[in-house]
Design a protein around this ligand. Sequence first.
Ligand SMILES: Nc1nc2c(c(=O)[nH]1)N[C@H]1C(S)=C(S)[C@@H](COP(=O)(O)OP(=O)(O)OC[C@H]3O[C@@H](n4cnc5c(=O)[nH]c(N)nc54)[C@H](O)[C@@H]3O)O[C@H]1N2
Ligand SMILES: Nc1nc2c(c(=O)[nH]1)N[C@H]1C(S)=C(S)[C@@H](COP(=O)(O)OP(=O)(O)OC[C@H]3O[C@@H](n4cnc5c(=O)[nH]c(N)nc54)[C@H](O)[C@@H]3O)O[C@H]1N2
Ligand code: SF4
Ligand SMILES: [Mo]
Length: 765
Amino acid sequence: MKLERRSFLKLSAAAVGAVSVGGAATLVSRAKAAPWYTQEVRQVFSICENCFWRCGIKASVVGNRVYKVEGYKENPKSRGMLCPRGQGAPAQTYDPDRLKKPLIRVEGSERGAGQYREATWEEALDYIAKKMLSLKEQYGPESIAFFGHGTGDSWFVDFLPAAWGSPNAAKPSVSLCTAPREVAAQYTFGRAIGGHEPIDWPNTRYIVLIGHHIGEDTHNTQLQDWSQARKNGAKLVVVDPRFSTAAAKADRWLPIKPGTDTALLLAWMHVLIAENLYDKAYVQKYTVGFEQLAAHVKPYTPEWAEKETEIPAQVIREVAREMARHKPKAVLPPTRHTVWYGNDTQRMRALYILNALLGNYGREGGFYIAMPPYLEKYPTPPLPLEPNAGGCSGPAKAESEPEGYKPRADKGKFLAKSTAIQELIEPMITGKPYPIQGLFAYGINLFHAIPNVPRTKEALSKLDLYVAIDVLPQEHVMWADVILPEATYLERYDDLVAVAHKTPFIELRMPAHEPLWDTKPGWWIAKELGKRLGLEQFFPWKDIEEYLDTRLQSVGLDLETMKQMGTMVQNGKPWLTDWEKENTLPFGTLSGKIELYSEALAKAGFDPLPVYEPPEAAPEGFYRLLYGRSPVHTFARTQNNPVLMEMEPSNSVWLNAEEAQRLGFKAGDYAYLVNQDGVREGPVRVKATQRIRKDAVYITHGFGHKAKGMSLANGRGASDSYLQTRYTLDPISGGAGLRNNYVKLEKAPAPRLKSVVQILKERRA
Ligand SMILES: Nc1nc2c(c(=O)[nH]1)N[C@H]1C(S)=C(S)[C@@H](COP(=O)(O)OP(=O)(O)OC[C@H]3O[C@@H](n4cnc5c(=O)[nH]c(N)nc54)[C@H](O)[C@@H]3O)O[C@H]1N2
Ligand SMILES: Nc1nc2c(c(=O)[nH]1)N[C@H]1C(S)=C(S)[C@@H](COP(=O)(O)OP(=O)(O)OC[C@H]3O[C@@H](n4cnc5c(=O)[nH]c(N)nc54)[C@H](O)[C@@H]3O)O[C@H]1N2
Ligand code: SF4
Ligand SMILES: [Mo]
């Protein structure tokens, strides 16, 4: 049957209007009847939200449906290509399991029991505002915490808490991700690494990846650049206890004993200095503390490091010499997820100091220095507090908190400017240093991103108000008092995204079509809530289009023009090639130079030079639990996405083949993972392989959902997060080291679950 365009639109409108599970399926079958590309196709610029690389996309839209997303070459993050997660991302918008209406927990029902009634937006927002104002009255504005992640966190974690007056705003992308690398960068170079790792891939000749599993970590243009560097002939060394995808492409794989990387880095420094192989001129001119460093690393010979790392001394020496031969075009890029063992800021300091000895910071083939684009804020009255959740953490501020406001409750002693999210859970339970009685969770997965889930559940059960703003009925969402369903990234505007990059740029997200069901964009929710909280003066804009238009005028643009461009690339120096000639040092440290020895760290009571601490040993019979990324999934957010789940419906546990044989596991067998505290996850399939050391097992993050409303994700695989009942706090950055958890394997029956393909078939029928 061939369908005319008019009747197709009518049908899809009807399907969308009905709040039925069949809505999306109906759309799919109509699409089959009339190929979308025979209709009038609109092209809309937007930004992918499946991870925070934030690739610029072009969506092909017919009526209320996006049929295709592509990268476009003018956007420096996508350069015309997307990763599989970005290609599959639109399926989220048409997921029949989506949150569709505001929900209020049935009075008298327990948190976590999942009993809800539908509400209007008016009622839901009034309910929240009333409760917030009464908590403010009783305990002060700081008694409400704001957690969030994603592009829309600008409204809920940066802006709203600062206007409301709570310093307890936090993102998981800091103390559960980048905090150690950012604090270490600040205390070494006086500059952040930032959201886009500034590696000069096209010119580098020698790459050493410490952990960093590029290829499984599929950050689009980073992966493109890294592959191109290999094609250009750059040598590659991968240090990883696991034969990762990157290791499979490498010239050398160094299967390091987990947690001993600092020993390896110190030994490499030892060789560079002992054999006079470091960049002397660079070190003399641009660094301070070389004498102290030389004395510090003297005892750390490759023979010493061999005992710690289990990498042969000879190999350690050879790699140091190879690095030196390629300097300054030899580079050790920082990983992004740096919260490993608790002494992570010092590991990252060691990595940066080694880079400095190679003379590569601010040089071709090493680190370039990224410039942020110019863009003004929308003018508002001054906010009572400065936003402190931070996408990337800078150094702690010297000034004290503004008068009348309490300091943040994360013990306040870490050197990261941004709040350590996991340290705000305890105050919800103990009321110390002061009570936190309310919580907003915007686009953050409380049970899959923050370690020690039992503690988080206890904290949630104690709160007076818990609001979740999300798109899916994730497990933690179904604990909230009020659930606000956000429109997905394809259905909304967000604030402009401004990216520091080789070529600084600004990109626009605009809606491809109206929000489906009774969902609303984050900016609208924040503004409406602000109105009810007496914060109107901080939301002086009429609507989001006026807001964006005003900001764009500061760079000589307007919204209509930007809608036709998607991305505005600004002039900027690719890296400060001129800084040496002009004699303008780019380092933001107190000394104005790269600080090999850190006076500032010493003053704060920490080791001024990186000190190696051997990792804690696993209990008898347990393996160290390592984890990483699946190339086709993002965290725990994509396991209900039909396109991505068809590709990878579950994780498996990597176990050394000899260990598998010893334990009697055959190919295809299943196991439960049981951690040191008796928490059991799985069953998961055992992947017996030579590609991992004998002392560790490995799973990809994001599986093991326990959310009944997520029909594809629920019950598949094992959750690393549930197995991480403990973490080791990095006292310098506030990062939560996650790799001091251990599991043993128990035989398990194969799970009795319908296959993803079967569920999708039934859905379509
Ligand atoms: N165990 C363990 N913990 C980790 C990590 C790990 O590897 N293992 N990784 C750490 C790292 S590096 C990071 S950066 C963090 C990531 O932490 P999170 O970003 O919290 O991780 P996700 O699991 O993706 O959770 C995202 C949540 O946002 C919702 N969501 C998706 N799209 C939207 C949207 O458009 N609007 C709204 N309102 N909600 C949306 C999803 O349904 C989900 O509930 O986790 C950290 N925690
Ligand atoms: N497809 C996909 N890509 C992503 C994401 C995603 O969810 N999906 N998330 C993005 C985000 S926010 C982040 S933070 C990054 C994270 O990605 P990366 O920054 O690359 O994270 P790492 O933790 O360094 O990488 C994990 C690797 O470390 C190895 N490893 C474990 N223990 C040790 C050890 O003691 N020493 C050494 N040398 N190696 C060890 C593991 O075997 C694994 O190969 O990925 C980003 N890219
Ligand atoms: S790297 Fe992939 S998932 Fe991340 S923004 Fe780009 S296309 Fe989307
Ligand atoms: Mo991350």
